[in-house]
Design a protein around this ligand. Structure first.
Ligand code: ZN
Length: 262
């Protein structure tokens, strides 16, 4: 989304300049500029750094069935496989290498505040309407960052479902909000790691089944108590610092998504 705005701005700017200056402005690589984040090198397996971490946030929803992409800043096989799935989904050359074509698509997808095109911080912030990312167990900054990662997975799920809109009925919840709505005491909603999803165009079972491919380690949907009117998705695996409880938990019995803890 950002690129188009910048191009418009560049054209408007150029129109106000004499001829020689216009050539210089037009020659500038527009795709390099982005309001959220700009990558400065091609990334392949073996690379590491913050630019890899930034990439991982955005492709984590393409982890593949029952898998996740760690946000560890290391471009390993899982990151490469996720980049490849992202490229395939958007009709790019699928080589698992993050270069200009991949970045251009990401620039197009991300808004200036780094949220993906079809989701906003406002949709994810406090299901009880207070906002500000306050009142959870983590700092507001960390909570907001988790919500951002949740949104990029939702963007991938949305794309996988055929660009069908998804609505978030509950995202981050403060402790007070979580108590008010009767959430579990250790709910992933408290961490910004969860979203409750509804859809007017996809069935809840399509959402629940699809989410298994988009990096969600917690999924609850139709047939699971109190989840017949929405699908809960979360990222409990990444949120768990305790290695011994590296948990995946899925249950939507009416959809053939079995209760699984492994
Ligand atoms: Zn939920």
């Amino acid at each position: 989304m950002r690129v188009h705005t910048l191009k418009r701005a560049a054209v408007a700017f150029a129109l106000a300049l004499p001829g020689a200056a216009i050539a210089a402005v037009v020659a500038a690589p527009a795709a390099q500029a982005d309001g959220c984040y700009t990558w400065n090198r091609t990334l392949t397996q073996g690379r590491s750094g913050n630019d890899v971490r930034q990439l991982q946030i955005r492709i984590a929803g393409w982890a593949g069935y029952r898998d996740i992409v760690e946000n560890d800043g290391r471009y390993g096989p899982k990151t490469a496989a996720a980049v490849k799935r992202f490229q395939q989904a958007y009709g790019l050359r699928a080589d698992g290498i993050a270069g200009q074509q991949t970045y251009s698509k990401l620039y197009q997808l991300q808004d200036n505040d780094c949220t993906p095109a079809h989701f906003t911080y406002g949709e994810l912030d406090d299901g009880c309407g207070r906002g500000g990312w306050n009142g959870g167990p983590l700092s507001p900054a960390q909570t907001r960052q988790n919500a951002l990662r949740t949104m990029w997975k939702l963007e991938a799920l949305r794309k996988s479902l055929g660009d069908k809109p998804l609505d978030v009925s509950s995202g981050f919840r403060s402790r007070a909000c979580n108590d008010q709505v009767g959430g579990a005491s250790d709910s992933q909603h408290l961490y910004g790691n969860a979203a409750d999803i509804t859809s007017r165009t996809s069935s809840l079972c399509q959402v629940a089944r699809g989410a298994r491919n988009n990096g969600f380690s917690g999924i609850y949907g139709p047939g699971y108590p109190d989840h017949d009117d929405h699908v809960h998705v979360d990222s409990r695996r990444e949120n768990n610092s305790d290695d011994s409880s590296n948990t995946t938990s899925w249950s939507a019995p009416d959809c053939g998504v079995g209760t699984t803890n492994d």
